[in-house]
Design a protein around this ligand. Structure first.
Ligand code: GLN
Length: 471
């Protein structure tokens, strides 16, 4: 828990040097297997910064944090795990980074991810896959797999990820950690390298719900540099909320689409909620089978437009500069982007082309609207909607990466919250054969604090928090 480290640093129980040394030792021991970082900062620099921050204070004075490599960090290389940006050093900080620094947090490094956040396993990274600290042969989920692995491997207590269709929650579920996809507009996207703007949010990742809450309360808030942020600030840090009297709807159409062992673990969790006094009802989302295609149509369309800027002239990888502009552009993009990213640019451009726009894109927007209105109705009856975070156990490396449709199908439960702007939190529900299983709670728009508060209560009931993989 970060409060323990903060207390020790404050009282001198541990010196900044000891804290950083211990962290780097742990990294040295397992990072070769895990590959959570794309860029790890220089140890001496980090020690110096922790020393300074402990003195200057703040709510995270001197705490180390791992940052997904899609979030811009001034003076620290930010690659989005792509060859296209492999030598890009941002001249500015993302808003969330500014806020963290103001509270005394110290970035230890930038974490591995799927290239441009496109994927669910952290295998599409140009820098090689990240492996799950709970089982080195398996994926930690993605795309924020490096951040989740850094937590589960015991490197750090705090991390940031981004979530366009599940990229915070999938890795949280697969690594027995906590992750929140915040309500759309509550966390600034300024400085986040864009994949699909209408869907994504930066969000907190941690090993327990209290730390998740502290991080969320720091990074959220209106930002004039991101016009999609809303007038919002947390009145106080999220606090524990007992579940007695809470009305929970279990999404049975989504449960049905999950593996038996996953379902079993979620049922176990439902019983725990029930014995703590929550009322449980089985209900349906409706249109569940259309959520995934709608998500991928919208995400790919937005991606094809966002990624047009990497032309090898103004931005990004520019190995080729001879010949016509079209040639230079095609060659740089052809080599600078990986296979999955190119697939999405091609599909996205196709979807948005004349004739197909109405057939695919407009239809997907209609599905998005229908899902949103179903959810509005459900939230008039329930405070929280419960489901597995992921329908399957963490796949083995290579198992889904060569079958894109199989990989996309993993996101069935998570994309719903992105399509409808609502908050969704994943917390550990249990293990099967030492493999973590996560439960997802979705709440009304702006009920992020409620979700965090419930998980602060429930983590004590399950005793599944502050877990480190025995790697
Ligand atoms: N797996 C989903 C995708 O590839 C979600 C990724 C994300 O949330 N960034 O689009």
């Amino acid at each position: 828990m970060i409060s323990n480290i903060l207390e020790k640093l404050k009282t001198g129980n541990i010196t900044p040097e000891e804290y950083v040394e211990k962290t780097f030792e742990r990294i040295k021991k397992v990072e070769e297997k895990v590959n959570a970082f794309v860029t790890l900062r220089n140890k001496e620099e980090v020690i110096k910064e922790v020393e300074e921050k402990v003195k200057s204070g703040g709510r995270l004075a001197g705490s180390l944090i791992a940052i997904k490599d899609a979030i811009s960090t001034k003076g620290i290389r930010t690659t989005c795990s792509s060859l296209m940006l492999s030598d890009y050093v941002p001249p500015y900080d993302a808003t969330v980074i500014e806020k963290l620094k103001k509270e005394g947090a110290v970035i230890i490094g930038k974490t591995n991810m799927d290239e441009f956040a496109m994927g669910s396993t952290t295998e599409t990274s140009y820098f090689g896959p990240t492996r799950n600290p709970w089982d080195i042969d398996r994926t930690p989920g993605g795309s924020s797999g490096g951040s989740a692995a850094a937590l589960a491997a015991g490197y750090v207590e705090l991390a940031l990820g981004s979530d366009t269709g599940g990229s915070i929650r999938a890795p949280a579920a697969f690594t027995a950690t906590f992750g929140l996809k915040p309500s759309y507009g509550t966390v600034s996207r300024y400085g986040l390298i864009a994949y699909a703007n209408s869907l994504e949010q930066i969000g907190p990742m941690a090993k327990n719900a209290e730390d998740l809450g502290i991080l969320y309360s720091i990074i959220s808030g209106e930002d004039w540099r991101d016009a999609t942020t809303i007038k919002f600030s947390l009145e106080k840090e999220p606090y524990e909320i007992p579940v007695k009297g809470l009305r929970i709807g279990v999404l049975s159409d989504i449960m049905e689409m999950s593996d038996k062992v996953v379902k079993g673990s979620i049922e176990n969790m439902i019983n725990k909620f029930s014995s703590e006094g929550a009322t449980i009802d089985y209900t349906k989302l409706g249109y569940a089978e259309y959520a995934l295609p709608a998500y991928y149509i919208i995400a790919m369309s937005e991606a094809s437009s966002n990624l047009a800027r990497y032309d090898g002239v103004r931005y990004g990888f520019s190995k080729y500069n001879q010949g016509s502009w079209v040639e230079v552009y095609s060659k740089n993009r052809g080599e600078g982007f990986g296979k999955e990213v190119k697939r999405r640019i091609l599909l996205g451009s196709f979807i948005l082309s004349a004739g197909y726009y109405e057939q695919f894109y407009i239809r997907a927007l209609k599905v998005r609207r229908l899902i949103k209105s179903n959810l509005d109705q459900l939230f008039s009856k329930y405070d929280v909607l419960l489901s597995p975070t992921m329908p399957i156990l963490p796949p083995r490396l290579g198992e889904v990466i060569n079958d894109p449709v199989k990989m996309y199908a993993m996101d069935i439960n998570t994309v719903i919250a992105n399509l409808s702007a609502i908050p969704a939190l994943s917390m550990p529900a249990g293990f099967y054969n030492n493999l973590p299983i996560g439960v997802q709670m979705m709440g009304r728009y702006l009920s992020d604090s409620l979700l965090i508060g419930i998980s602060i209560y429930m983590e004590k009931v399950t005793n599944l928090y502050d877990l480190t993989a025995p790697t």
